[in-house]
Design a protein around this ligand. Structure first.
Ligand SMILES: [Zn+2]
Length: 441
């Protein structure tokens, strides 16, 4: 606060230049104003920085952009005659730019003249992403209507988040159109300029303004030739061609009436494209097909797998069909099959019964199997047998109780479970005897 009283604020020259010379007018460490800081006070460079461990350096003039308007602050270096200070992030407060970071070498002190160097690679990536928000904004307005105005944004190196008014999901096709239009705007390599002018003039020039928003008397208008005019304090590319690719990667709801798109630009877009390509090539190599054939190959593989699975299940039941029929006895014109269907689960046994019924009706079948000490019994009879007054549900009851379980079902199909695996042969013998006598009656 003392500093605020003494000065009006820091001068920002970062629109024109990434480097500048300036004077240190304030140093704040652990919430106290200091005359200087030396390496001995500094935090070891390897540890993770918590906000309270960072030192704040304030300059009379700076090229570092302070976080505002959704755009992250700059990072870089402040170099004095006796030391180097790394800026990890830059904040803005009451007209001052707070360079927050760590002393890496020597010392810095009040009144020293320093060189301020913004990390230019990162700044360029931020400029690309920021300028892309203007392009996305213009495209959203074009395709969704004038109601789709900005509600907020977050801009970082080659990535942006843009919130706008719209009630429903944008939809895949519209999103593609919006992305295409934003990329047309980069391909035409439109010049970008910014100038300060009275609010009324900006309004007259057609700058996009939000209803109910308070603007200062003098505003900064950012014009992208033939594309858009917005009032904006952020850092921008000089020409939209610098942005490279604008790729929308996500669209979602933020709250009722507000949607969000996430997009990437420049190096990040290229990196994502490379990764996607590598994944495709790896998949294509695994399947031994050219990349364009991947979807067809995956489709046919999925179908093949499904068929094989079905066959495997059927085969399990198939093995014994003929054997079972060979061992069948016939009573009153009805074939009787009662057997241990070794290894078959209930589904396979049911399938087996279906096949036997199709192949050799009239027929009465009761199959049993054991698995981990548990017994499963399935009984099925064909319609002709059912019309003789026989019921699979009744038939299975006695054998089920012999294996220590119970069960039942429909007249034509019944199932039971039990716990006495050793009793299965006895239960099967009983079942055979029972069906014989009911058919002989
Ligand atoms: Zn802007």
């Amino acid at each position: 606060d003392a500093l605020k009283k003494a000065m009006h604020g820091s001068e920002f020259v970062g629109y024109e230049s990434a480097t500048t010379t300036g004077t240190i007018v304030g140093i704040i460490a652990q919430d106290r104003l200091c005359e200087s800081i030396t390496e001995a006070d500094a935090v070891p460079p390897t540890i993770e920085h918590k906000p309270d461990q960072l030192v704040t350096v304030i300059l009379d003039k700076t090229s570092f952009y302070g976080e505002s308007g959704g755009q992250v602050g700059d990072t870089g270096w402040i170099e004095g005659p006796n030391g180097k200070f790394e800026v990890i992030n830059t904040q803005r407060e009451g007209g001052f730019f707070l360079h927050r970071g760590v002393l890496r070498e020597g010392s810095v002190e009040l009144g020293q003249e320093i060189h301020a160097h913004v990390d230019e690679g990162r700044r360029k990536a931020i400029r690309r992403a920021h300028t892309a928000t203007h392009l996305v904004h213009a495209a959203l307005q074009h395709f969704l209507g004038s109601h789709a105005v900005q509600q907020g944004s977050k801009v970082d190196a080659d990535i942006l988040r843009f919130d706008f008014s719209h009630a429903a999901p944008v939809g895949h096709e519209l999103l593609r159109d919006i992305e295409a239009m934003a990329n047309e705007s980069t391909l035409v390599a439109a010049p970008v300029s910014a100038n300060l002018l009275p609010l009324e003039e900006a309004r007259h020039a057609g700058a996009m303004m939000l209803f109910g928003e308070k603007y200062p008397d003098v505003v900064r208008m950012v014009s992208i030739d033939g594309i858009s005019r917005e009032l904006c304090g952020g850092t921008h590319v000089d020409n939209t061609g610098e942005i490279g690719l604008v790729k929308i990667i996500h669209e979602e709801s933020v709250s009722a009436g507000t949607r969000r798109v996430v997009a990437i630009t420049g190096h990040r877009a290229l990196e994502r494209f490379r990764q996607a390509e590598a994944t495709l090539i790896e998949s294509a190599n695994t399947l031994k097909v050219p990349v364009p054939d991947l979807p067809t190959r995956l489709n046919s593989l999925t179908k093949e797998l499904k068929t094989l699975k079905r066959q495997a299940e059927t085969n399990q039941a198939d093995i014994s069909i003929d054997e079972l029929l060979n061992s069948a006895e016939e009573v009153a014109g009805v074939r009787i099959v009662v057997a241990d269907a070794k290894g078959c689960n209930a589904a396979a046994m049911r399938q087996c019964i279906d096949q036997l019924r199709r192949k050799a009706s009239p027929i009465a079948v009761l199959l049993g199997s054991t698995d981990n000490g548990k017994v499963t019994l399935v009984a099925g009879i064909s319609r002709e047998v059912e019309s003789k007054g026989v019921s699979a549900g009744t038939w299975i009851r006695e054998p089920a109780s012999l294996v220590g379980g119970r069960g039942g079902g429909r007249p034509d199909l019944a199932q039971a479970g039990g716990k006495l695996a050793a009793k299965l042969p006895e239960a099967l013998a009983h079942a055979k005897q029972e069906i014989r006598s009911s058919l002989e009656d």
